[in-house]
Design a protein around this ligand. Structure first.
Ligand code: MN
Length: 253
């Protein structure tokens, strides 16, 4: 089994070594990760300049750093390493719950793999933003989840959030009830105004969602889809006809 490991926190993140070490129990690991932090870059790709892959050992693993985004790393890794059977992204230093999935470079790296036909999973450590993220309590769960995903090969893309002290594993759905984005105003050392994009914690998430599970100390497994079509609100056939008529109407001179 050939496993490509990547992340969005950069090639020197402790979460990357932690994930590669667990992945090595399942097969041959190759690491391709961004040279600097790329958190919240989502699924962006680099098209206005060439990319470089430079050898940079990660622990005992053969690894490359790329001057690009997480999605770039997966595309280049799969190309240069002649494919992979599984792509794992993370372990991200911080959660990727609910609408955070939209911004996440960690999830986007896994999604890039899924788009290229390789099953993938994104791993994130809830509360891992601090100076000393602790992976000791979660590695056993990362191993259990990888085993579970290998037994369930029909799942192309899974978003995994690990609470710091997991008590169990739970399949969940994405929490979408509220968007908590806000802007926080500050001041630089010269007294000039600046801004931080921030989030307010969401309270009382709906039962069965990723946030709900994480708050209860459960590892959250959310299967994600590539088709974003909203099938619950089918297009109105009359509206479609109206658009066609308008397009067909002769233009006024
Ligand atoms: Mn990150």
């Amino acid at each position: 089994m050939r496993i490509l490991v990547t992340n969005d926190d950069g090639v020197f993140s402790p979460g990357l070594v932690a994930l590669a070490s667990v992945a090595a129990r399942f097969g041959q690991v190759r690491v391709v990760a961004p040279d600097v932090e790329q958190s919240a870059t989502s699924h962006s790709i680099t098209i206005d300049r060439p990319l470089k892959m430079s050898p940079t050992p990660v622990g005992d693993f053969k690894a490359f750093r790329v001057n690009g985004t997480p999605a770039d790393c997966v595309a280049l890794g799969l190309y240069r390493l002649d494919g992979a059977d599984l792509v794992l992204s993370g372990i991200n230093l911080g959660s990727n719950l609910g609408h955070e999935i939209w911004y996440s470079g960690t999830v986007a790296a896994a999604r890039q793999a899924a788009l290229l036909g390789v099953p993938a999973a994104a791993f994130s450590l809830v509360g891992g933003e601090g100076d000393r993220p602790r992976f000791r309590a979660v590695v056993a769960y990362v191993e259990r989840v990888i085993r579970l995903l290998l037994e369930e090969p029909t799942l192309p893309l899974v978003n995994v959030n690990l609470p710091p002290e997991p008590k169990g594993i739970r399949w969940t759905r994405q929490s979408v009830r509220a968007h908590t984005g806000r802007v926080v105003e500050g001041e630089d050392t010269f007294g000039r105004r600046n801004y931080w994009l921030a989030e307010a914690p969401l309270s009382d998430p709906d039962e069965g969602t990723d946030r709900w599970a994480a708050e209860r100390g459960l590892v959250s497994l959310t299967p994600l889809r590539l088709d974003l079509t909203d099938v619950t609100t089918p297009a109105d056939p009359d509206a479609a006809a109206l658009i066609a008529l308008k397009e067909a109407a002769p233009r006024a001179r």
